[in-house]
Design a protein around this ligand. Sequence first.
Ligand SMILES: Cc1cc2nc3c(=O)[nH]c(=O)nc-3n(C[C@H](O)[C@H](O)[C@H](O)COP(=O)(O)OP(=O)(O)OC[C@H]3O[C@@H](n4cnc5c(N)ncnc54)[C@H](O)[C@@H]3O)c2cc1C
Length: 386
Amino acid sequence: MTNKAIIAGGGIAGLATALRLHQIGWEPVVIERAPARRSGGYAVTFSGIGYDAAERMGVLAALAERHITPDKLIYVRPDGRTRFTVPGPTVRAMLGQRALNILRGDIEDVLYTAIRGTVDIRFGTTVTAVSQDAGGVDVTLSDGTVERADLLVGADGLHSATRRLVFGPEEEFRLDLDHMTGVFMLDRLPSCVEAGSTSTLTDTGRTLAIIHLGEGRSAAFFGYRTGDPMAHLAEGPATVLPRVYGDMGWAAPEVLAQLPRAESVYFDTISQMVVGGWSRGRVVLLGDAAWCVTLFAGFGSSLAVAGADLLGTALERHPGDVLTALREWETGLRPEAEKKQKLGRRVKGLYAPADPFRLWLRDLPLRFASYRPVSAVLQRRLQLTA
Ligand SMILES: Cc1cc2nc3c(=O)[nH]c(=O)nc-3n(C[C@H](O)[C@H](O)[C@H](O)COP(=O)(O)OP(=O)(O)OC[C@H]3O[C@@H](n4cnc5c(N)ncnc54)[C@H](O)[C@@H]3O)c2cc1C
């Protein structure tokens, strides 16, 4: 009989899991809260174990087609003058050969294309209740149906409902790193930003980056410190971003003017999930729902795809024994996820340094990144090499 998995969440983790489980002969069903596929998002570096997993899963070539190479990184002053530049070839060399710079939405798009027509994806639906016994898990959906399955995968992100329903309240697991982030696609590149660049202004405790992605696409990235991330989350980006960035200068006024007409705005706390034991019986968490290493570490997409790949491998190795497969999967993956979580906590101060001296210190190695010994140190520090 075919094994069935309900996958809550159709982001990178959920879609990758659906693809991998389909490849090993399972029947995955994806339950996605959003009414339709999301697109765009922010540019991520996709490397490490996720890159290897994407190759094994047969989606690497399609991902590589979406790779974006920035011509250069430009670090600017509030008046727009350039402080220093990191040339594109240096950025490329630092990322290494087996790395892609790609939009989050494009990773989802590739995974979605790989499973479309073969996997049941139910948009506009959520998981509302879960109960399990020795033989399976019953998952109640918001449309009133109940699905019985061999496995429920909670791939529903940082604020996972699956985790809340089965593991406990979010507050028990969330470690806030005292920063917020906001991202949205721009309909126009600000006039002060050079095409083909990623241009960044950091002043005390806040960063604004404009990423030009080619073909008339660009994104604004906000990252700033706050002592009360949950209060900012409750207030929402329309109120908070103009308040925090209103006096920043450079591209901030033009970008903030585009905020009200942005199609969708990603705005969230920068928080890790510290969950001791990623499964409870036949319910397993995967991706940001389980570990959320954060953008500070920069390996979340990669870990999501690798997690999906390794889960499929473990389930294939233990046919009919889901619990052993889940244990083996976690034992194999946890050291890497915890290593990236540690990295995230270690480098959190680099995103929006609290004072000019720390900013100067942060930028020092970047200024000299064209020199091989300096870029080698940066690579090691940011774990860009395996
Ligand atoms: C600004 C930024 C920069 C980043 N940079 C990098 C980088 O350079 N490299 C890298 O590898 N990673 C990076 N990441 C991290 C990476 O984007 C995430 O780790 C990755 O996308 C996680 O995917 P996920 O599928 O686990 O979660 P999500 O993307 O949050 O997906 C969860 C999905 O579940 C759905 N959902 C939510 N609740 C429910 C529910 N109740 N029922 C059903 N569906 C639900 C959501 O709609 C969504 O589709 C970055 C993240 C941010 C925010």
